[in-house]
Design a protein around this ligand. Structure first.
Ligand code: GRF
Length: 199
């Protein structure tokens, strides 16, 4: 199965996915990494790992529709069957969603539906939550909302800072995302409405 990973920044999850393929835990090919930002460190990671990458910037297109059409053009060249959002800071629109129904997944640094949005780690701290975590879910038209595939809790410590908590969350992400991808690749994820069944 050919997988594309979408990144806007550091790309540590992209790296974890690449490692899981290299180790043979995930039987797939990371055929493409798409970034919407020239500054994304994920681009350097892709180059180092010999993964094909494409930089597609929203500002080069007059509409989201055209931006997503350009992404699809790249995806089509590689026969992509699964898209993994890994720190991709854009809302996926109908053009991509219709082309890849139930084939786009995302990782979020909180236990959804709690702490949606781009500041989930800080929000959990500020809310004085005792537990937060990581969610891997299908992407639908609402942000951080689609059917949940896997979740893992992460305890919040009394003296946690955003950095210390982020470190523990990222460590869990780097194990949980490959685990979810492996399930998808092996055809073990069945989805019925909002319910995801692991078979
Ligand atoms: C991760 O915390 C992920 O949950 C969120 O964005 C962050 C991306 O980190 N969606 P990285 O770019 O994979 O290091």
């Amino acid at each position: 199965m050919n997988i594309a990973v979408f990144c806007s920044g550091n790309g540590s999850n992209f790296q974890a996915i690449v490692e899981s393929v290299k180790k043979g835990t995930v039987d797939a090919k990371i055929a493409l990494m798409i970034s919407d930002s020239a500054e994304a460190f994920a681009l350097s990671r892709a180059e180092k790992e010999g993964v094909k990458s494409a930089l597609i910037e929203r500002s080069d297109f007059s509409s989201k529709h055209e931006f997503e059409a350009a992404i699809i053009k790249e995806l089509d060249q590689e026969d992509i069957e699964l898209i993994c959002l890994a720190g991709f800071m854009r809302i996926i629109g109908p053009v991509l969603l219709n082309k890849y129904p139930n084939k786009i997944i995302n990782i979020h640094p909180a236990l959804l539906p709690a702490f949606k949005g781009a500041h989930a780690i800080g929000d959990a701290l500020r809310a004085k939550a005792k537990t937060t975590g990581v969610t891997v879910h299908f992407v639908d038209k609402e942000v951080d909302h689609g059917p949940i595939i896997l979740q893992q809790a992460v305890g919040i410590k009394e003296n946690d800072t955003e950095d210390s908590l982020a470190q523990r969350i990222h460590k869990i992400e780097h194990a949980l995302y490959p685990k979810a991808i492996k399930l998808f690749v092996e055809g073990k994820i069945k989805i019925k409405g909002r319910k995801v069944k692991i078979v």
